[in-house]
Design a protein around this ligand. Structure first.
Ligand code: DOR
Ligand code: ZN
Length: 345
């Protein structure tokens, strides 16, 4: 049995670090586990131009603990009025690594998202030419579509045509939750990839709805049926360079989750690597972990693999029931559970 794993330092290709007190208190967890992270722009107001991204990057760097080496990679929140020239300039200046497409009202702080993908075509054209990665929250928001079908429907209504119309655009189907998404990405050319969260590998929709409603298992896109979870586990552990780590860690105060209208999002940053590794261990795929966590993402983004190494050992980690952030309690993913691996510091 393998009890020690040493790999290139992983990156998180999708995280929410928030702003203000929450940013101050949660950034340490991502910065300790990951060398770089793609930081989502869904602040209020959202990060929609180079100037606001530069200012946000400074606030993030100020929240990184002394002596910890961490690089935030910034994203531009696409809207119906995105200035393509500013986006391209921001990318050339090294401020933007990617741009994020939220369909309007798909999730937290997405009211300013794109109302009609076709209006975005001039921006996608500029991104394709400039080599800027497009990260997509792939859910339709049409009220006639069942919440469990929104991802599969997005493929048919929008993603197929985006990929066909921009054959050189690098597209990441973010936090995929269905076998439909796995199949679509597998069948697409090399410029199409996907991130997968730890929660969608660990649980199906029962976690949210059986034995009383479980607000801490609620995130968007919502977890689907077991057959979809199994397809995601197979994809993540397959060794295919099309699938890589993106936690979608999305902290919300406990009172905002345990509420009449609970927020979507799971705070998984503190034990993200231990969480993912449990899956690879269960699947007998420890040899595929470095690819998923540390190699496939940089290859897709065209960035160097971290020269640093990280060691994980089968010594166990106890996840606390509650953590503190932004003057509130916050419930982490795997609260009160034991995970069988630990990151060596
Ligand atoms: O569950 C989610 N929470 N999904 C998202 O897409 C956004 C995120 C958030 O910002 O809270
Ligand atoms: Zn997200």
């Amino acid at each position: 049995m393998t009890d020690t794993l040493t790999i290139a330092r992983p990156d998180d290709w999708h995280v929410h670090l928030r702003d203000g007190d929450m940013l101050r208190d949660v950034t340490q967890y991502t910065a300790r586990q990951f060398g770089r992270a793609i930081v989502m722009p869904n602040l209020s107001p959202p990060v929609t131009n180079t100037a606001s991204a530069e200012a946000y990057r400074e606030r993030i760097l100020a929240a990184v603990p002394q002596g910890v080496d961490f690089t935030p990679l910034m994203t531009c929140y696409l809207t119906d009025t995105t200035d393509a020239a500013d986006l391209v300039r921001g990318a050339e200046q090294g401020v933007f690594t990617a741009a994020k497409l939220y369909p309007a009202n798909a999730t937290t702080n997405s009211a300013h998202g794109v109302s009609n993908v076709h209006n975005l075509y001039p921006v996608l054209d500029a991104m394709e030419k400039a080599g800027i990665v497009l990260c997509i929250h792939g859910e339709v928001t049409d009220h006639d579509i069942d919440v469990f079908d929104r991802e599969a429907e997005f493929i048919e209504r929008h993603l197929r045509s985006i990929v066909a119309d921009f054959p050189k655009l690098k597209v990441i189907f973010e936090h995929i939750t269905t076998s439909d998404a796995v199949d679509f990405v597998m069948a697409s050319p090399d410029n199409v990839a996907a991130t997968i969260t730890p929660q969608h590998l660990h649980f199906n929709r029962n976690a949210m709805l059986v034995g009383g409603i479980q607000p801490h298992a609620y995130c968007l896109p919502v977890a689907k049926r077991e057959e979809h979870r199994l397809a995601l586990r197979a994809a993540a552990t397959s060794g295919s360079p099309k699938f890589f780590l993106g936690t979608d860690s999305a902290p919300h105060r406990r009172e905002d989750k345990e509420s009449d209208c609970g927020c979507a999002g799971i705070f998984n940053a503190p034990y993200a690597l231990e969480s993912y590794l449990a899956v690879f261990d269960d699947e007998g795929a420890l040899d595929k972990f470095e690819g998923f966590a540390s190699l496939h993402g940089p290859a897709f983004y065209g960035l160097p693999v971290s020269p640093e190494r990280v060691t994980l050992t089968r010594t166990g980690t106890e996840v606390p029931r509650i953590m503190q952030a932004a003057g509130s309690e916050i419930v982490p993913f795997h609260a009160s559970q034991n995970l069988s691996w630990a990151v060596q510091t």
